[in-house]
Write a protein that binds this ligand. Sequence first.
Ligand SMILES: Nc1ncnc2c1ncn2[C@@H]1O[C@H](COP(=O)(O)OP(=O)(O)OP(=O)(O)O)[C@@H](O)[C@H]1O
Length: 576
Amino acid sequence: MLKLYKGLKPYVKQLIVMILLLFVQAFSMLLLPSMMSMIIDKGVVQGDMNYIVTAGIIMICITLAGSASAIGVGYFASKVAVGFCTDTRKRLFRHIDRFTLEEFDRVGTSSLTTRSTNDILQVQNFTIMLFRVIILAPIMCIGGITLAFQKNATLAMVLVVCMPVIVVFLVLVLRSAFPIFRSMQSKLDKVNLIIRENITGVRVVRAFTAEEREEKRFEKANEDMTQASTKSQVKVSTLMPLLMLIINLGTVAVVWFGGQQISQGVIQVGDMMALIQYLMLIMYALVMMSLIFALMPRASVCAERIVEVLEIKPVITDAAQPKIPEKQTGVVEFRDVTLTYGNSETPAVSGISFTAMPGQTTAIIGATGSGKSSVICMIPRLRDPAQGTVLVDGVDVREYSLDALRKRIGYVPQKSNLFAGTIRSNIAFSNENMSDGQVKRAARIAQADDFISKKELGYDDPVAEGGTNVSGGQRQRLAIARAMATDANIFVFDDSFSALDFKTDAAVRQAIRENTQDATVIIVAQRVGTIMNADKILVMDQGKIVGEGTHEELLRTCDIYAQIAKTQLAGGGEEK
Ligand SMILES: Nc1ncnc2c1ncn2[C@@H]1O[C@H](COP(=O)(O)OP(=O)(O)OP(=O)(O)O)[C@@H](O)[C@H]1O
């Protein structure tokens, strides 16, 4: 929690004003019982009306000052806590934005969402409470006890006995609640995961009539979270009755001993009433502190989870001294590259060596899971190789600045993610100020211009979250257009033509070639028809390159390729 609170630095001035106001509030609360005791003992008992009026006016002024300070404290506490949490959310978002796929794999997307939203909100609510109590409660406790001792040491001993009892109860209850709060946050992650999976995968759930099973899965996760939540609340709710019991016993003790001392003439009625009020003030302070302690375990678990994410160092970072190659022609070279996922013992791909030249199309084909995507994701450094080197224009990709490297690569991922907005905003994703001409040119290359023109609002037609309001093929074409609209000279297509019919597939590839004559084009595909005209084809099997050459060469030299081609082109080569 303290680590996270370092982010409060920009708010020091507001915090100082808030602390000053807290002092005013605390002193006004402490002064009132003494004033009241004096009104009773000097004004009421001695029948001095002038004293009662004067002291009454002073009491009203103190009350007004106290109330105004309390409002000010509330204002600054909320302003600082909300501002600080907004900053933390921004920091977290920016940090997560730099994560590589490895960090996403490690924390999980649902957990990252919960941490950026719910967890920050928990910290915010706790911080507001903390600001209001952190200074006020100790001043009220210490001041209350000091003033009580000044009035009457014997009666003040009641407070000294009550306080440690309360502290012991607080520690016991909260220590047992802490682990439950921790498990509650991970249970919330689970609930969010199921909600996310079901919303994004609604079509699969419906198609497989899996609603009932998914409902059960959700109910179980929800029930787990409810149980943990109830358990923690039951623990925390035992605090209040215990505190009230101690307060009431304390009041009875003050009245009991106070009554005896009044009858012996040791103290006056006003003093005893002031002592009862100090007791109440101290207990009020302790109740507020117990609320803080009740909220603290969950908030500190949330803070820990946020700091945990903030402290993750992305495995892929900018080069300390980025290099810029002399000639930026777009030569992509793999030298004996191995990629291993996470802690896996066996590499996903190994011994990968090839060169993709500018002005040429290099294709990668192979069975599912053979490692095609794993190879190409190392070009824009979505992952880094465990061994070997990937070079662009003779420079190791790890020696580039990430920005400079990625700006040179037009990448179309296997899953064509679109963003909520318009068709135009999705195509112009790399540059908000892209000209209309550039957007349309890219759409034409991707053979998307036709279907976009038929839309009611053309390029301004809305795209729903995830691109769910366009067809799979249209989504793929928009993703291709997004890459073609960049100033890249290396284009990487990861199975990006799979949802297109043969005719459109061929038209897109032809347009790409015509419009990117000097660029390096790398195409991953499952269909032989998509890649058979490529200048070079790499055949992958079980993480290794098992064949390299043109279509004709591979038909002769690579059994696996010949097999794939035979099966797919059996219909007479209509795919061309
Ligand atoms: N994030 C990941 N974590 C762990 N293993 C992974 C991950 N992604 C892929 N793999 C594994 O790496 C291997 C190669 O996968 P890859 O996605 O590169 O294959 P592919 O040839 O592109 O398959 P497809 O044609 O089905 O997309 C597979 O065994 C796969 O299970």
